[in-house]
Design a protein around this ligand. Sequence first.
Ligand SMILES: [Zn+2]
Length: 232
Amino acid sequence: MGGRVLCYHLVDAGIGGPVDLDRPSFTRHLDLLASAGHVRPLLEVARSGKGIALTFDDAFANFAEVVWPLLWARGLAATLFVPTGFVDGTHCSPLSTARHLAPCSWSQLRTMSDDGLELGSHTMTHRNLRLIDDDGIDGDIVGAARRLRQATGREPSSFCYPQAKRSARVERIARRHHELIVTGGGGVIDPRRPWRVPRVSVVRGGMPLELLLRLPWVPREWLGDRVRQWRR
Ligand SMILES: [Zn+2]
C-alpha cells in the first residue's frame, strides 16, 4: 500500500456537513489505523511514500476538546494546520459554515505541541493565496511562521495552502519558507517532492476508509467536490 496523508477538519462539532465527522466513525478510523500500525508522522510519510499521516485543518477548539484526547489515548502522531489570525481573533473563521465555532487558544496549542502534536502553518489570514500579490503571500506566510514560533517556541513543521488553493507562483513563494508542504486532493506521494504532498479529504458520507486506503491512487474529482459545494 502506498502512503496516504489524510485530511480531517471537525469531529462531532454539531454543524453537520461533510467535514464534520461523527465521533463513532472517527473513532473507528483511529482504531483501524492504530491496530494496523500504519500511522506515522507527516514528514516520515512524505519522505518515504509509506504509511498514513493524519492531518487536521483550521485549529478549531473542537480539535483540542474532542480530537486530541482520542489521538493521545492511542499514541497516534498528527499534524494540526493553524491559521494564526483565527487563533489571535484578528481574522474570521476559516469555514464560513462554522462561524460560531471558536479556535483553539494559544495555551491549548502550546500544551498539545509539548505533548507531541506537530503544528503546521496555515497562513495568518486563510485567504486564497492565488488572489494576492507576491509580497502579500510572502508576508502572510512569514507572519504565520513568526507567530507560531513566538507562541509555542517551535518552528512550524510544515505548511498547508488555505482552501487548497495552489499555483506555480504561490508554490514558488511558499517553498522559500517551508520544505514540507501539503496540497489538496488525490495523487501519489512522490518522496522526491516533499513540497507537494497530496492529501485525501476524509468526509462524512464519503468513501469508506478501508477502500480509500486500498486504492493505488485517488482521482482528484472524487475528493474535493463535496467539500467545495458545501463551502459555497
Ligand atoms: Zn483551512
